[in-house]
Design a protein. Structure first.
Lengths: 428, 251
């Protein structure tokens, strides 16, 4: 009974902090009330005690303190020329942001403005599972700011877009809810990098809701970097919608944070699409990272390949849940999924659950997961050639991890990610 | 160079080596033969430092140092090389990259300057010829999808690169066809010098037609029960291991 009481109490506090006359937001709040925060046994959050963490660490009746750091240089990717969009504690920070691509390649504007003038209305809230997912509903009710990005038809955006979410918890806690709406029109091509970073050691709670629409023949490379040294609690909902002949590559790298939950939902609502979803979580300390992915094959003749890998050290916890749906109409689907994990200590854990639901009869699908320790025989082999134990282990873990970098084409980005991975694995 | 005295070792509770004595000098090739389960591979593993085995008694002195106190990687730096009976497949690590790291660790240990990329490639090209191995194979993941012969050639290639003082070849002939055996043996012979030594662990006499040993030792139940010259191998081939077994039972 106590657990329930805590849950209700927290929910009430969150509801009390609501203040808006907007009809959409009010509706979302009703859904939030209805669904409630996930209780300990809620299937989708069985291994991820988010409600407990929120109850323990956050007040929902205080505003975020102001932030006054002066440079974002340390959060940028060295050598990468990119359009930079910066959010500080959930609010767009114009003075740190910088657009270098011309307007004919890409339009970037504030999401509230794009809703106001009608640019965003066609797709806004169309894909998000606001009615069934409590954190989507929460975000829909409370989102503070967001960005709208549109790439016109048959246009390649030469320079990537980097979205930086900086949470400054130097003075006090930070609670933010941000939004993204990305539209790639027919034949458009973009690389989008999203990175969260934090300052200070007070707790941070951050929800994302991202709607990403990939038009016919369009191509998106999407990279998410989660390397927050601070006490970040994050629930990221990313909804992708693919049309005919579109291509999507995603890579999610999780290195730090207190509790990270990524919900990736990919609707392959077109024929002849090609999609690669890669993820890597290299965890240590008490970090917990949970990747939930749903790949939904709605139409025939598409290909999807998912590979998530994890290395868990210390007391860290990993969760992987991968669902593949192949709908009755989605004949000739090729869908593959693999989740592989290495546990480095007795106190690290992984909970992995691949799920395949197929309603079509002419498909090629496979899924699998493995969990094990570092191969001692391989370590001995390398040591027998003169390589010390620590380096031999780092070498093997790197080889295991680096496979997930395959889909990344931008060299500066790849080098940066490669560096983050090597650095982490050499500490093991 | 290597002096083994009364070496006893076990895996878990099972004693496998029951008092090995062996002296190997620079320039010599020793063959260790014996029936299955006699402890041949265990001896090779203990010398290389595999941690599954516990040494319970005896000593191993290699170039004046107590070998048993050294970590496997330090042993390699000191000049021990084990060619594996079953080379490990390591996805994602190419032979080239791993050799570059290994050779420079060893050079560092020996107080030699590290090899730059150009010098490394030059050395690699030279050693590749020795075992007739192709560069494309070395750029691939270590041993992954290699045939049995390719794996063993890769072992000898690594041996050539690292220039060990003492090479231990653990059943390098197993799983090789006659052409691969000739290539591997040829590589080993070319690497023989008055400064280094080789221990060949083998079940069959066949390998010894190609690499002619100075001494042959027969291992049985964890002990060397017979030693002799190369003719001992022929006698074994003719009479079979039962000859040794029977002789030992009589004693």
């Amino acid at each position: 009974m106590t657990a329930l009481a805590i849950d209700t109490d927290l929910k009430e506090k969150i509801i009390k902090s609501f203040s808006s006359d907007d009809g959409g937001r009010k509706n979302a709040l009703e859904v939030f009330k209805e669904l409630g925060l996930p209780a300990g046994k809620a299937e989708e959050y069985r291994f991820t005690p988010i409600t407990k963490a929120l109850e323990k660490n956050f007040d929902f009746d205080v505003a975020n303190s102001s932030s006054n750091f002066s440079s974002i240089d340390s959060f940028l990717i060295p050598g990468l020329e990119a359009n930079v969009i910066v959010f500080v504690n959930g609010k767009y920070a114009a003075h740190f942001s910088k657009k270098i691509s011309p307007d004919r390649e890409v339009r970037i504007s504030s999401l509230p403005a794009a809703i106001e003038n009608g640019d965003a209305t066609e797709h806004f809230e169309k894909y998000l599972k606001t009615s069934t997912d409590v954190f989507s509903a929460m975000n829909s009710a409370f989102w503070q700011d967001g960005v709208f990005i549109k790439v016109p038809a048959n246009t390649k955006v030469e320079k990537p877009i980097l979205i930086l979410h900086i949470n400054d918890a130097g003075q006090s806690q930070s609670v933010c809810h941000t939004r993204l709406l990305l539209m790639l029109e027919e034949g458009a091509n973009l690389t989008l990098i999203e990175r969260s970073a934090s300052i200070g050691s007070n707790p941070i709670f951050h929800t994302f809701a991202e709607e990403i629409v990939i038009g016919k023949n369009a191509s998106l490379d999407y990279v998410k970097i989660q390397n927050d040294e601070g006490k970040l609690h994050q629930v990221a909902n990313s909804l992708f919608h693919q049309s005919d002949k579109s291509r999507l590559n995603t890579f999610t790298l999780t290195l730090n944070g207190s509790l990270i939950r990524n919900n990736f939902n990919i609707a392959i609502d077109g024929e002849n699409c090609e999609s690669h979803f890669y993820g890597l979580y290299l965890l240590n300390g008490n970090t917990m990272a949970d990747n939930h992915t749903v790949v939904d094959h709605i139409k025939p003749n598409s290909f999807s390949n998912e590979l998530y890998k994890g290395v868990m050290d210390g007391n860290s916890k990993g969760v992987f849940n991968g669902k593949i749906f192949v709908r009755p109409n989605a004949q000739k689907t090729n869908a593959f999924q693999s989740n592989r994990n290495i546990l480095l200590t007795d106190t690290a854990t992984i909970n992995t659950k691949p799920q395949l639901e197929i309603w079509a009869d002419d498909v090629k699908c496979s899924h699998g997961c493995t969990t094990g320790q570092l191969d001692e025989e391989a370590v001995f082999y390398l040591r027998s050639r003169g390589i010390p134990s620590k380096e031999a282990k780092a070498m093997l873990l790197y080889a295991f991890a680096a496979e997930t970098l395959q889909p990344i084409k931008n060299m500066e980005l790849k080098n940066y990610l490669d560096g983050l991975i090597s650095q982490r694995l050499n500490k093991v | 160079m290597l002096s083994i005295k009364n070496l006893k070792a076990r895996v878990e509770d099972k004693p496998i080596l029951n008092g090995i004595n062996l002296q190997v000098n620079a320039g010599e090739v020793h063959a260790i033969m014996g029936p299955n389960g006699s402890g041949k591979s265990t001896l090779a593993s203990v010398l290389a430092g595999r941690e599954d085995y516990e040494v319970t008694e005896g000593e191993v002195v290699f170039q004046g140092k107590n070998l048993l106190e050294l970590d496997p990687d330090v042993r390699a730096c000191e000049g021990i090389f084990l060619a594996f009976q079953y080379p490990v497949e390591i996805p994602g690590v190419s032979t080239v990259n791993f050799m570059k790291t290994a050779i420079n660790k060893i050079r560092e240990h020996r107080g030699q300057p590290v090899l730059d990329a150009v010098a490394f490639l030059q050395l690699m090209k030279e050693k590749m010829k020795l075992v007739e191995i192709d560069q494309s194979l070395l750029s691939r993941s270590l041993n992954e999808g290699f045939s049995g012969g390719e794996k063993k050639r890769n072992e000898i290639f690594q041996m050539a690169m690292l220039e060990p003082r003492l090479s231990i070849l653990d059943e390098t002939d197993s799983g090789l066809d006659i052409d691969a055996l000739r290539i591997v043996a040829n590589g080993v012979n070319k690497l023989r010098s008055k400064n280094n030594a080789t221990i060949l662990v083998t079940h069959y006499q066949r390998l010894l037609e190609y690499i002619v040993p100075d001494f042959v030792h027969v291992l049985y139940k964890g002990k060397i029960v017979k030693s002799g010259g190369k003719e001992l191998a022929l006698e074994l081939e003719a009479k079979g291991y039962d000859w040794i077994k029977n002789e030992m039972e009589l004693v």
